[in-house]
Design a protein around this ligand. Structure first.
Ligand code: BGC
Length: 249
């Protein structure tokens, strides 16, 4: 069995699990620790080290860590939803200092997208495919024939003069108490804009809310197939693990 370890850093929880990469599923339990507040580099890395220690991961098992910001050259250029002191930090350096071994890092939506393309519904599509994650923010991952184009930030395109995730993220639906119809109409405008920029063969919709896809996806009418993600809340960890393995082999 091919295995790797994945850690998913989110705004509310940091989660880790060992992954069976032949099937794209967890081996055993997932461990979740609430994200420390403030979510500074030192505090977050300490939690990741704690998770890695708990699982006693062998040196031969690659570790992948995903993070809710773009990471060009491994550095955080700006931070939407974690502590601002991350800006300018090299994520792998911060993690390796605490964990004491090599790790591989990538954006959280890129990780979720990778998992969806390798093990989920993404397997059915070729050409240009966009994966979006609807959560606290909107994350995006772009694939061309299964190859990731990293660090896209389509959650921050301007729609109607506003940052898209501030109007259409799943957290906004809750905070503003929007009905499914109201939210779907915001999403239609968002996905319609993405469609006109990229003309993908499919847009895959992930994030926790995707398990309720029947409540909002049928209300959105655009030309591109809008498909619910299959992996749901395992996607980040599975994708981070798959990425780490691919980097080492
Ligand atoms: C960040 C992205 C991230 C997404 C989902 C956005 O605010 O800019 O990098 O992928 O949230 O966490």
């Amino acid at each position: 069995m091919t295995t790797a370890f994945g850690i998913d850093i989110g705004g509310s929880g940091i989660k880790g699990a060992l992954v069976d990469l032949d099937k794209g599923v967890f081996i055993g339990e997932r461990l979740r620790i609430p994200t420390p507040q403030p979510s500074t580099p030192d505090a977050v890395a300490t939690v990741c080290a704690q998770i890695a220690q708990e699982f006693e991961i062998g040196e031969d098992i690659p570790i992948g860590i995903d993070f809710p910001a773009p990471l060009p050259d491994g550095k955080v250029p700006w931070m939407a939803n974690l502590d601002q002191s991350w800006v300018g930090k090299n994520l792998a350096d911060v993690m390796e200092q605490k964990i004491g071994r090599r790790v591989h890092v990538l954006n959280d939506a890129d990780a979720a997208g990778l998992a969806e393309m390798r093990y989920g519904v993404g397997k059915n599509y070729s050409g240009v495919v966009v994966v979006t994650t609807l959560g606290t923010g909107i994350g995006s991952a772009l694939f061309v024939d299964g190859t990731l184009v990293p660090n896209t930030e389509f959650g921050h395109i301007e729609v109607g003069g506003k940052d898209a995730e501030k109007r259409a993220a799943a957290s906004v639906r809750k905070k503003k108490n929007l009905s499914w119809e109201e939210w779907a109409s915001r999403l239609e405008r968002y996905y319609g804009t993405l469609e006109k920029m990229l003309w993908p063969s499919a847009i895959i919709v992930g994030g926790g809310v995707s398990r309720k896809h029947d409540k909002f996806l049928p209300l959105i009418s655009i030309s591109t197939p809008l498909v619910p993600a299959q992996l749901r809340n395992t996607a980040g960890i599975v994708g981070a693990a798959a990425y780490a393995f691919e980097r080492e082999h």
